[in-house]
Write a protein that binds this ligand. Structure first.
Ligand code: FEO
Length: 395
């Protein structure tokens, strides 16, 4: 339990050991942030993952008798925040559960909500707690349809649900107690892997947030922003449009090393232009990291050996994941090797068409092993995409 401002407390759970969040590799753990606003009336803002609800109840009990909690607010129905509700509504049967109508529907499909006292609120509606009030701001599809912010205007404090969050476990609760480079790395990874498909909706959320006075952003994961709000809001403005840097991202899988040779020659060519170059083998790097590097690259070069007339399976996995995350503003090039039958490059192009990527030229395809000439072609392709990254990338 930590007081974050004038009888407003963090009462959540620090999950130091989680390493997999529905497929997202969470190397730095996470937190499930719940908050308690103590006023004439007391409100609990969000819960935690179901297995950690006892910790939440213990934290609340250190501040007040649980029978005195008048409201439980559910900003988001995803189980990492709503899972604790089942137990919370048992130990706080007096509490009204405040959420929007879409959230009530989602909760009803996840849990047995019989006996829960729902209080449905609309966008912009406020509930007074006495000296302070809670105002509810709908933020649909940032992350789920029912996603909502809760704003305490008297404290200029925004409970922002998943937005501005990070999968980052720490002993201190605030941004100014952390290594900011690490926090921003995790915030970028979180955006790329969770929020990226909803960039347009999040851009609208940023507009809504700009219209209110905010001194503290308290998300549902990771640290609370009280010092460097400009850093995270500025970063979100870039991320919602996947603003490209002067950066080439080369993603590849290889069977007997031929596609890897092409990838290395492309990287050398790109680097010779002065563009930043990142090379990721999809078998040596997790899809979480592939997505994180994709968010701000200008050009992606994607290569795979052909295996059984199609992509290598790890490349298919990475591209399926990327397609779902829908990075925008990307240009791409395709390369790969094959033996007696092609297939990989053609299939990569299908993914790129789905992602609405502009593709530079025809795929660079090599039978069996690239000779000097083919490696020179790969280098030349690298130069071409490096120059393209310099042309369209910022910074
Ligand atoms: Fe942290 Fe969309 O849940």
């Amino acid at each position: 339990m930590v007081e974050i401002k004038n009888q407003i407390y963090w009462v959540g759970y620090v999950d130091w050991s989680v390493r997999d969040f529905h497929g997202y590799k969470t190397e730095s753990g996470s937190t499930y942030n719940s908050y308690l606003v103590k006023d004439n009336d007391i409100a609990l803002i969000d819960t935690v993952k179901a297995p950690y609800v006892a910790e939440l109840i213990k934290n609340v009990s250190e501040i007040t008798d649980v029978s005195k909690v008048r409201y439980v607010v559910c900003n988001h129905a995803e189980p990492d925040h709503s899972g604790g509700l089942v137990e919370i509504m048992k130990v706080m049967p007096q509490a009204e559960l405040i959420c929007n109508s879409k959230c009530r529907d989602a909760l009803s499909r996840h849990y047995n909500v019989e006996g829960w006292k729902f209080r449905i609120v609309s966008d912009g509606e406020s509930v007074s707690l006495g000296r302070r009030s809670l105002t509810f701001i709908d933020t649909p599809m940032a992350h789920w349809p029912e996603s909502m912010f809760t704003y305490v205007k008297e404290e200029k404090l925004l409970f922002s649900m998943d937005a501005f969050g990070q999968h980052y476990a720490s002993a201190g609760r605030f941004d100014d107690q952390q290594d900011m480079a690490k926090v921003m790395t995790e915030a970028r990874k979180y955006y790329a892997n969770i929020i990226m498909p909803y960039g347009r909706n999040v851009a609208r959320v940023l507009e809504k947030a700009a219209a209110i006075d905010i001194e503290i952003i308290a998300p549902s994961h990771g640290v609370i922003w009280r010092k460097d709000l400009a850093a995270i809001i500025g970063a979100y403005k870039d991320w919602v449009v996947c603003r490209p840097l002067k950066k080439v991202l080369i993603i590849y899988d290889t069977m007997w090393g031929s596609t890897e040779k092409l990838a290395r020659a492309i990287a050398e060519g790109s680097a010779s232009t002065g563009a930043e170059v990142r090379v990721l083998s999809v078998r040596a790097n997790h899809i979480t990291d592939v997505a994180t590097e994709a968010i701000d690259c200008a050009v992606m070069a994607i290569g795979s050996a052909t295996l059984n007339m199609t992509l290598m399976p790890e490349m298919a996995s990475a591209l399926t994941y990327l397609k779902g995350l829908r990075p925008v503003n990307k240009t791409a090039a395709v390369f790969g090797s094959y033996g007696w039958g092609k297939g990989a490059c053609k299939d990569i192009l299908i993914y790129l068409a789905d992602m609405k990527c502009a593709v530079i030229g025809d795929p660079l395809e090599v039978q069996y092993v690239p000779d000097k000439e083919k490696l020179a072609e790969a280098y030349a392709l690298g130069v071409k995409i490096g120059r393209k990254a310099l042309e369209i990338g910022s910074k």
